[in-house]
Write a protein that binds this ligand. Structure first.
Ligand SMILES: *[C@@H]1O[C@H](CO)[C@@H](O)[C@H](O)[C@H]1NC(C)=O
Ligand SMILES: *[C@@H]1O[C@H](CO)[C@@H](O)[C@H](O)[C@H]1NC(C)=O
Ligand SMILES: *[C@@H]1O[C@H](CO)[C@@H](O)[C@H](O)[C@H]1NC(C)=O
Ligand SMILES: *[C@@H]1O[C@H](CO)[C@@H](O)[C@H](O)[C@H]1NC(C)=O
Ligand SMILES: *[C@@H]1O[C@H](CO)[C@@H](O)[C@H](O)[C@H]1NC(C)=O
Ligand SMILES: *[C@@H]1O[C@H](CO)[C@@H](O)[C@H](O)[C@H]1NC(C)=O
Ligand SMILES: *[C@@H]1O[C@H](CO)[C@@H](O)[C@H](O)[C@H]1NC(C)=O
Length: 672
């Protein structure tokens, strides 16, 4: 009885609304327009965030890409931004460079080329944007920057843009500097010249892709820099920009902003961000990290992204709230539309929330986007937000249409969302009855925690595919001989965390090859590429009792000294050097093994001699069951011990120490 009472009271509180408050707003273009809209986008990369997408079954893969890119289907993105791989760890893995070395050039590596093409195939008008997070070692100077030889670094970027054109007929519309790392003014100017010389005068520079607005002062006092930069890109600007940035007159972009999988920060706060970035920050483009979370569970930020697709083996994926919150803007606007002026179609409601109005360049279409998530901005960062929502304020909003749209519109199509909270289920992107315009006036009753799009655009559509396969575990046993790949491809399921691994070939045999030979220019905020070790994780983070085997060979020039096989490997991303696990390092030249519980070999369990080294393919095997650990090289058993440390689960991993070429073949994992 007591329990029932409590529930009843809570329910009452949840549905309680406070008194209606009416307020009026003018929508008027006779006073001119505000800034020009530059589009909503999302990012693949920073880093390796689409790693698992490429090996989804074709049907589900195509569905996922439709949710992201197909116009009038899902997120219907206007901009697609990708990482220019730099052989460095850039959050959830490493993306391969198109030039591992100064003497190397390859435009087939990784999956960004493929994804760029898939985006363009679905939406020929989508704008493409490239940005490096780091750079390969040959571009590195003593300060760990890529400014050693500025023309060479500019040439490296222009080569990537040219590669897109020559190999894939893709035009790169925007190019960035160095993600969230210090920019160099000379480099920006040099890049502009190199782009113009290379025939890419239409590729515009977005700078600096850093948090805050550090470039504003430089731009203001340097005409050449001013001319070189098309738009100022700020990361995570928190819906605001300083007056000094606005005064430059440059377009201001939230060139990386947050979204996440769940109802609260993903569904709710995203619509607030998309409106407020213009209402309060005068930013005309918002680009979300990340397009799709397609990397192993156990890696950082698995809840980021417009949607999640982390199980290529089962085909399971999740269409998350941000897809629909993005659709509220993207399906009813296009790049080049104009925002109305503040006070004439853009602003905060007096009773909480915000609205933006945009029109097409021919002034034929009108779109109003309303959100009431911003009544208490601090709540978006608080995960428990909706549990505390008790009094859902209601307000009546009257819009008066003036200027060119007065009298010309009879009704507006209406789309509605409400993130879920407490026991109230969510509603995402639902088509409602049209909202009537009476005597040039629109009246709408809006509750707190809602998103509305009112629009003349008729093409809105909530796309869907039935029958998403069930979630399932990684298929084990698993064996990989790499024969099914083309040379240069990045093997599926091997999620490189440090170093860069691709398929190589020798005497008709294919294998996986670690390519990085010297320390790269790491991404400023990620310090794992200076540990002189490479790391590639595989499988399921939850694996406990497994048997793993791999054939290894150190052949030719620039090889590493040691290769390792590990089980119960625990960390990736920017803390990958903290990787604990059970590591068997093999030093073939020294005929020696070292067994450690960490990647950096600081905690050695034992070491010893290996007698049977073939100087050809040597097979490493490692088995763990409970606390019993056994290891062998070829047929020679090296140890059979009880592990003294508690590491309960983790991936299987391979890698090298130090950086250097190493070959891996006939990889196998099975459950014990
Ligand atoms: C830009 O790079 C040049 C060449 O390496 C260097 O001399 C200069 O100090 C750098 N400027 C900044 C601000 O890093
Ligand atoms: C290259 O792309 C453009 C559109 O961007 C298209 O018009 C042209 O036909 C394409 N060329 C080839 C060879 O596919
Ligand atoms: C709009 O309201 C938010 C609070 O919800 C506030 O932070 C912001 O400064 C306001 N913007 C304008 C332009 O008034
Ligand atoms: C229409 O609006 C105008 C001014 O906003 C007002 O004077 C007029 O009475 C209204 N007509 C009706 C039928 O409501
Ligand atoms: C090894 O590295 C050197 C430069 O350090 C380079 O000249 C040589 O071509 C490399 N060899 C191979 C096989 O990559
Ligand atoms: C390892 O973890 C510790 C504690 O969390 C942290 O202080 C340290 O910076 C990490 N080291 C690396 C290399 O990530
Ligand atoms: C990395 O290892 C190589 C080979 O052992 C060594 O020459 C180099 O100094 C090491 N670099 C760092 C940064 O530890």
């Amino acid at each position: 009885m007591k329990t029932f009472m409590t529930f009843a009271i809570l329910t009452l509180l949840v549905y309680e609304t406070t008194s209606d408050q009416a307020s009026s707003y003018i929508i008027d273009n006779s006073v001119g327009y505000g800034r020009t809209f530059n589009g909503i986008g999302a990012i693949s990369g920073g880093g390796a965030t689409s790693k698992l997408l490429v090996n989804y079954p074709e049907q589900q893969r195509s569905e996922i890409l439709d949710y992201l890119f197909k116009p009038n289907f899902g997120a219907s993105l206007h901009i697609f931004k990708v990482e220019i791989g730099g052989d460095i760890q850039s959050t959830d893995g490493t993306e391969a460079s198109h030039m591992h070395y100064g003497w190397d050039e390859d435009y087939t590596r990784g999956y960004e080329w493929w994804m760029l093409q898939e985006a363009k195939k679905r939406n020929p008008n989508i704008k493409l944007y490239g940005l490096p997070w780091g750079f390969p070692g040959w571009l590195r100077d003593a300060e760990d920057t890529p400014w050693k030889n500025i023309p060479t670094t500019a040439d490296y970027i222009v080569k990537w843009i040219n590669g897109a054109k020559v190999h894939y007929n893709l035009t790169i519309d925007y190019i960035g500097i160095w993600n969230e790392s210090p920019y160099n003014v000379t480099y920006i100017k040099t890049l502009r010249k190199a782009l113009d010389m290379g025939g890419f005068s239409n590729t515009l520079i977005i700078a600096p892709d850093q948090n805050g607005w550090p470039i504003v002062e430089d731009i203001t006092k340097d005409k050449e820099l001013f001319d070189a930069v098309y738009a100022i890109g700020s990361h995570y600007p928190e819906m605001n920009s300083p007056p000094s940035a606005v005064q430059t007159g440059k377009p201001l972009w939230a060139s990386e902003d947050r979204t996440s999988h769940d109802d609260v920060t993903g569904g709710g706060c995203l619509s607030r961000t998309l409106n407020q970035n213009y209402v309060t920050g005068l930013m005309t483009s918002t680009i979300l990290w990340t397009a799709v979370a397609s990397y192993y569970y156990g890696l950082p930020w698995i809840n980021a992204g417009l949607m999640r697709a982390a199980e290529p083996w089962s085909g399971y994926y999740e269409v998350s709230p941000p897809i629909w919150m993005t659709a509220h803007t993207t399906q009813f606007t296009e790049i080049g539309w104009k925002y109305f002026k503040h006070g004439y179609g853009v602003g905060n409601f007096t009773n909480g929330g915000s609205y933006v109005v945009l029109t097409s360049p021919d002034e034929q279409q009108l779109t109003i986007i309303i959100e009431t998530l911003s009544q208490d901005p601090s709540e978006c960062t608080r995960p428990a937000r909706f549990q505390y929502l008790k009094n859902l304020k209601e307000q009546i909003v009257n819009f008066q249409l003036k200027g060119k749209f007065a009298g010309s519109i009879e009704s507006l199509n209406a789309w509605y969302s409400r993130p879920g909270y407490s026991k109230v289920p969510p509603v995402y992107f639902k088509k409602m009855d049209p909202v009537m315009v009476q005597n040039g006036s629109i009246s709408l009753t809006i509750k707190q925690n809602e998103v509305w799009t009112l629009t003349t655009v008729t093409t809105g559509n909530k796309g869907s595919y039935p029958n998403i396969p069930d979630s399932g575990p990684f298929p084990i046993p698993y064996a990989e001989d790499f024969e099914g790949y083309s040379v240069g491809e990045e093997p599926y399921y091997f999620a490189q965390q440090i170093g860069s691994f691709e398929v190589g070939e020798s005497d008709g045999n294919k294998f996986m090859k670690q390519m990085v030979i010297d320390e790269p220019v790491h991404w400023y905020w990620c310090h794992v590429d200076n540990g002189n070790t490479s790391l590639n994780v595989f499988g399921d983070y939850q694996w406990q009792d497994v048997s793993a085997a791999v054939a290894v060979q150190l052949q030719g020039q620039n090889t590493s000294d040691a290769v390792f096989l590990a089980v119960r490997a625990t960390s990736g991303g920017c803390v990958a050097l903290n990787e604990t696990g059970l590591f068997m390092f093999f030093y073939p030249k020294e005929q020696r093994f070292v067994l450690t519980v960490d990647l950096l070999q600081h905690n050695v369990l034992m070491s010893g001699k290996v007698n049977k080294v073939t100087n050809n393919w040597d097979v490493l095997t490692l088995q763990v069951k409970g606390s019993r650990l056994t290891g062998a090289v070829n047929t020679e058993e090296l140890f059979d011990i009880k592990t003294p440390v508690e590491i309960s689960n983790g991936w299987v991993a391979v890698g090298t120490y130090p950086y250097g070429i190493a070959w891996f073949d006939d990889f196998q994992v099975s459950q014990l």
